[in-house]
Structure formats: structure tokens, C-alpha cells
Design a protein around this ligand. Structure first.
Ligand SMILES: [Ca+2]
Ligand SMILES: [Zn+2]
Length: 536
């Protein structure tokens, strides 16, 4: 029988109902031979927790002790940066904007697009039959995409998509695309209005480069059925001077939706980051004079800074001070860094900013005082950005080294409180079969080789079911112990059975975890029985 027989539980401890559910899970686990609970409960922000939450945490601890279930706190995520950002939102990973044009009008300077950028026929007013002017394509005009003059948000016409499930059952494509010239290293906002009616499929705006890199992997979360709603999302053009703007559905199965008023604009200081690694400069047009913050212009900050919300608010202006060298009407070049949200508001924090480690160190000590854990689980999965800010660049390290250094520091911080602590970590960012590679989301750099830069006594929690054999062997061959992140919300225990079979062939396998993201615990007891029947 494996020594680690665990269950994953994510609860905020904000309500008393959380408690009764956790207690039930702990009791079921214990009755069926499980001995550990990986607890995701914001345990790396103890300093921000109310006395009520801390009281509930102590209650969970007591119940777990009674039932011989060990608590393994999952903490220290860089990819899901919520805990760090709840201390300081400026610690988000930053993408650079270079020499954006601002023009002074009175005592404020605002961004002016440079060059002008636009979606041609964004209102879908110009068309011949079912063909809209200005677009590279829209899927199957007259069969999937149609001119609609009844359901309209703006002007007299909108674009309607319908019948994609029948006409294109293989891909369910219902998209429109226009190629737009942009300036490299600038910040853009794309907006449109969308209305859905029973849409089965996901509405997205995608910004793709020539080599199919996705610059804005953001999911606006449009409901299947909704009246007109505005979609807003942002992207950084990185080194590209052309982008393809796609709007529509991929994998559409049924229903219909409408699109209108598709726009692009260059954007100013929305979610501008202010930390040592994200310097901001305001210069004269030719770059001869660098103006001084607090003297020539007021300290710049986005009072509405909210990295996870994307770009849904107006940019703050640059406020010119009364005895400034900057004159009315002057053109300025402004360089800065902004945060970026991925998928449903996921924000990475910068692994090169020292303040991140100060926060983790402080929180680790508080967590140790609360729970005295013997084991910790590092939530270091899915790191979607990094390597672009001045803090990252100045280190002259690869992303693999930056990540490895971050994990090494996390382990050191935890062992300052408990030198014997055993430390587990999600596998994907260290796995050559998974996310430890180049070209990963918005990361500037390559994670390949990250596994060479982390402590050898980490226990690696593999979770990529399809590649489980390759992944377990990869880590085992490198001398790491492993754990299987199994289950993943299926209707049967086939997934854990597969994992157990693969674990049985893996030297150094420590055990298996019942992992649910949808809080499905119906099969937990059966899972416990399955795992405890294991004779290895
Ligand atoms: Ca229109
Ligand atoms: Zn950075």
C-alpha cells in the first residue's frame, strides 16, 4: 500500500457550511483508508485572514487529528498569483510597452494611437450578399455566417452565426477574421458586442500572430444565452507588426450568436505596474529629455489596477505638474509595463521580484504557527507569463533557471520553519512531456531543463493522465519520488485505476491523490477502498 493516500480539498473557510463539508470529506477519507488532505484555503495569506477563518482552520486541524488525516497545505503559486496579488497587485508579471505616444492637452497627457489602428467595417455595415467587406474571411457565408438586419447592436446590420454544428460538424467553426497592422511592443484593447442564443461552444476573441502565437489567451466567459453584452480584452503586440483578430466560436455545436461593433484601439496606462522591476519613463518625443516623476508629472498609478479583470476600465492620464518642463501640446514618449490576464482571469506573479519572497517568508512563518505542517505542496503549475520585465531580464538567466531558482527559494523558506518538511510540487512546469518548454503562452523564454534546477528531494505530483507513463518514468529516472494527481471529476474510477497501474511500474512512487476541481466527492470512499486494496 502506498504511503501517501490523499484527497484534494479547496475551500475558502469563509463560511460555516465549508466546515461541515470538510468534516464529511475528512471522515469519509479516514473510514476508507486515506491519510492526507491537500488543503487549498489561501493558507499563504494567513496575515490577511479574519479571526473567524483562523478559528475554522483550527477546527479543521482538530478534526483531521482525530481522524488521522494529515493536512498538507498547498501554497506559493506563481501561476495563480492571487495570494501574492492580495498583498500587492503590482507584483504581477509585466509585459513591456515601448515609446507609446502621449500628447499633452492642458495639464493632462493622454495616449494617441501611433500609428492609427482600426478594424475595417467593424460595424458590419458594408456587405454584398452574405459577404462582409474588409475581412480576410468569415466561415461559410450564407451557410454559417449571415447578414442580419433584425438583431442589431449598432447601425443597421450585424453578423449572425448559425448552423455551424450541422454544416461543420468536425470543427464547429463560426469565426470572422481580419488582419490588422499594429506597432510592435504596444498595448491594444479589442472590444465587440455579442449576443448569444443557446450557443453550445465557446465564444472567444483570439489575437493570433503570423506564426500562430496567441497574444490574448483570455476567456471572456460569455453565457450560452445572453442579450447584447460588451466584450473587452487587451493584448500586447510583443515583437509583431501584424495580428489576426478572430472573433467567434470554435467547436460550436448548436445555437446561434451575433456580433457587432468590433473595434481595436491602442491603449494607455491601464493596469500599469509600479514595482522596481517595471520602470516607467516619460521622455520628450526624440528621447533627449527624461522627465522626472513627482516634479514634471504627478506619480503615475492606475487607481483601478486589477490584473485579473483585464482591461475593463479607462486608463489614468499623466497629470502634468505646475512647474513642469513639459509644455501644453507637447508630444511625449512613454514606456511602461502592464499586467496580463489569461483564460478566466489567471494572473502570474513575477518570480524575479524580491518582495514576492518577503511575502512568502512572512506567510510561511504564520502558517507554521497555525498548523505545524510536516508536508507542503507547492502550487507551481501553469505559469503563463514571465521573463519580460526588467527584474527578469537583468538576471541574465533562462526561464528554466528563474523557475528553478524560485522553487529552490520556496523550499528554503519552508525549511526555515521545519527543516525536515517534505515538499511536493505539481509536475507540469518541470516536465518535458508537459509545460516545461518554449513557446508557452506569454512567457518570454524557455522552461526546458527546469527540472535540472530544483532540489532533488522534491516529490513530483504528476497529473497529465494521457502522458502518465512518460511523465512518471521521466521523473523517476531523474531520481525524484512521485505522486499521482488522479481522478479529475470523471464518473468512474477508471482514471485512478490507470494511474495505479502506472505507479506500480514506477520506482519511487509515493502514492496517489483524489483530485477534484468540481468538488465531486461521491466516489471518494470507493477511491479509498481501491487505493487501500493495493498491495505493492
Ligand atoms: Ca452594425
Ligand atoms: Zn519579471
Amino acid at each position: 500500500m502506498y504511503s501517501d493516500r490523499w484527497v484534494y480539498v479547496s475551500r475558502g473557510l469563509g463560511r460555516d457550511e465549508d466546515m461541515s463539508q470538510i468534516i464529511e470529506i475528512v471522515k469519509t477519507s479516514s473510514e476508507h483508508g486515506l491519510n492526507g488532505m491537500v488543503l487549498s484555503a489561501g493558507l499563504d495569506r494567513i496575515s490577511l485572514k479574519s479571526p473567524d477563518r483562523l478559528r475554522r482552520l483550527q477546527e479543521v486541524k482538530r478534526v483531521c487529528q482525530e481522524n488521522n488525516v494529515e493536512i498538507i497545505p498547498i501554497i506559493f503559486s506563481a501561476g495563480y498569483g492571487g495570494s501574492i496579488l492580495s498583498h500587492n497587485r503590482n507584483l504581477a508579471a509585466g509585459l513591456p510597452v515601448q515609446d507609446a505616444l502621449f500628447v499633452v492637452d492642458g495639464n493632462e497627457a493622454h495616449l494617441v494611437a501611433d500609428p492609427l489602428v482600426e478594424v475595417v467595417n467593424g460595424g458590419f455595415e458594408e456587405f454584398t450578399d452574405n459577404h462582409f467587406k474588409g475581412y480576410r474571411f468569415h466561415d461559410k457565408p450564407g451557410q454559417i455566417s449571415f447578414v442580419d438586419q433584425e438583431t442589431v447592436k449598432e447601425g443597421r446590420t450585424s453578423l449572425r452565426f448559425e448552423h455551424f454544428g450541422e454544416v461543420d460538424p468536425e470543427h464547429g467553426h463560426a469565426r470572422v477574421m481580419q488582419e490588422v497592422a499594429v506597432h510592435p511592443r504596444r498595448y491594444y484593447r479589442v472590444t465587440c458586442w455579442v449576443k448569444t442564443d443557446g450557443l453550445q461552444g465557446k465564444f472567444r476573441i483570439q489575437i493570433l500572430t503570423e506564426n500562430s502565437r496567441a497574444l490574448a489567451p483570455y476567456d471572456p466567459g460569455i453565457p450560452d444565452t445572453t442579450d447584447w453584452r460588451k466584450v473587452t480584452m487587451a493584448f500586447n503586440s510583443l515583437e509583431y507588426d501584424h495580428v489576426k483578430i478572430y472573433a467567434g466560436a470554435w467547436g460550436g455545436k448548436a445555437g446561434r450568436f451575433w456580433l457587432d461593433d468590433l473595434r481595436i484601439e491602442e491603449m494607455g496606462l491601464v493596469n500599469v505596474l509600479r514595482r522596481p522591476g517595471t520602470p516607467l519613463t516619460v521622455a520628450s518625443e526624440g528621447g533627449e529629455i527624461i522627465y522626472q516623476e513627482g516634479k514634471d508629472y504627478e506619480r503615475i498609478e492606475d487607481a483601478k489596477l486589477n490584473p485579473s479583470r483585464g482591461a475593463d476600465h479607462d486608463p489614468p492620464p499623466i497629470r502634468i505638474l505646475s512647474d513642469s518642463r513639459i509644455k501644453d501640446g507637447q508630444r511625449l514618449r512613454v514606456s511602461f509595463y502592464h499586467s496580463v490576464a489569461v483564460n478566466r482571469g489567471q494572473v502570474t506573479v513575477c518570480m524575479s521580484e524580491p518582495e514576492v519572497y518577503d511575502i512568502w517568508r512572512k506567510e510561511a512563518k504564520l502558517l507554521h504557527e497555525q498548523l505545524q505542517p510536516q508536508k507542503y505542496f507547492l502550487g507551481m503549475d501553469e505559469i503563463r507569463a514571465g521573463g519580460s520585465c526588467a527584474a527578469c531580464k537583468s538576471r541574465d538567466m533562462s526561464m528554466a533557471e528563474i523557475l528553478g531558482d524560485c522553487i529552490t527559494k520556496q523550499v528554503e523558506i519552508l525549511r526555515e520553519n521545519n527543516p525536515k518538511a517534505e515538499i511536493y510540487i505539481w509536475s507540469d512546469m518541470l516536465d518535458t512531456n508537459h509545460n516545461a518548454r518554449g513557446g508557452y503562452y506569454l512567457v518570454e523564454g524557455d522552461f526546458s531543463g527546469s527540472w535540472e534546477h530544483v532540489p532533488e528531494d522534491l516529490i513530483i505530483a504528476c497529473w497529465y493522465h494521457k502522458k502518465r507513463k512518460e511523465s512518471l518514468k521521466f521523473f523517476s529516472d531523474l531520481g525524484f519520488q512521485t505522486l499521482a494527481g488522479a481522478y479529475y471529476d470523471g464518473d468512474t474510477l477508471d482514471n485512478p485505476r490507470d494511474w495505479l497501474e502506472s505507479l506500480d511500474q514506477t520506482p519511487g512512487a509515493r502514492g496517489i491523490m483524489y483530485t477534484t476541481w468540481q468538488r465531486k466527492y461521491a466516489l471518494l470512499g470507493d477511491f479509498g477502498d481501491l487505493v487501500t486494496q493495493q498491495t505493492d
